[in-house]
Design a protein around this ligand. Sequence first.
Ligand code: SF4
Length: 344
Amino acid sequence: MTSSGWAGPAVVIQTAFLGDVVLTTPLLAALAARHGPVDVVTTPGAAPLLETHPAVRRVIPYDKRGRDRGWRGLRALATRLREERYARAYLPHRSLRTATLALLARIPARIGFHDGWRFFYTEVRRRPADGHEIDRLLALAGEPAAAYAPQLRPTPEDERAAAGLLAAAGISAPFVAIAPGSIWGSKRWPYYEELACRLIAQVAVVVVGGPEDAGLGEEIVRAVEGGQGRSRAVNVCGKLTLRQSAALIARAAVLVTNDSAPLHVATAMETPIVALFGPTIPEFGFGPVGPRDVTLGVAGLVCRPCSRHGPPRCPLGHHRCMRDLGPEVVAAAIEETGALRRRD
Ligand code: SF4
């Protein structure tokens, strides 16, 4: 029997990084079109992003590294899922933990990728080796590439919070958002301060990110305040929830970002992107996809790319994949998006 033969609700288990969860929203939309809104098991961090998504019936947070960690947490969640009597589980995350959870929950149809834990699945779908991650994830539902786009839905309260923070900072006109952070140190472009100092003569700058990026944001704002800027720079890192941050990014003329989660949030909010790739490359499947987006990276470096995620530090010490990408090149790319011209 194939999964389509089972009646009952569907659950998607996706406990990967935040950006991966955003890129899973097209899969959720595809599954909702087929089965009705789905339940999603995801990390507590990503849960608020999905709670308001129209393809989602309910979000079940799984704190796999905290409160729910270990075998006991896994079994407790499996018991909870079993009580929901799901007919099918879609498993875009290829971890053993995800496969075990669906099995222990006794979900009769378990659909996963061929390069996951196939003996735990009842249906195995081929995960394309190439293409964008959005399309590779859509293949789990047997959907063609680009059938659905990433989407996030901030609430009116989220919109008001973002607008209120900008107003309180004295930013009324369109602005450039910059997201300088990344979990992986080698992915962080080192010239955001210089870029902000260039931009500030023309346009306001808003630094976005989580609480862990607040220090980076402060340094950028301090650098701008020491210069001759006519516009304002403000650091909102850690001051907004994820959905409020999405609402703020939606208001930006353009987002400048590393290869990190804000890139995918901007994709979902249809904000033009200038994406800076260092130790990773867009061909890994995580680049921007919008028609006005620009991707930058240093060509001709024999060491690039050096890892799937980007190492904590450059193993060669010189970090040329980022250091050779000057602020003047990034400023020109912002011009190329046309975002600043539309401001006038
Ligand atoms: S080894 Fe090369 S690609 Fe990797 S971080 Fe260093 S400069 Fe970048």
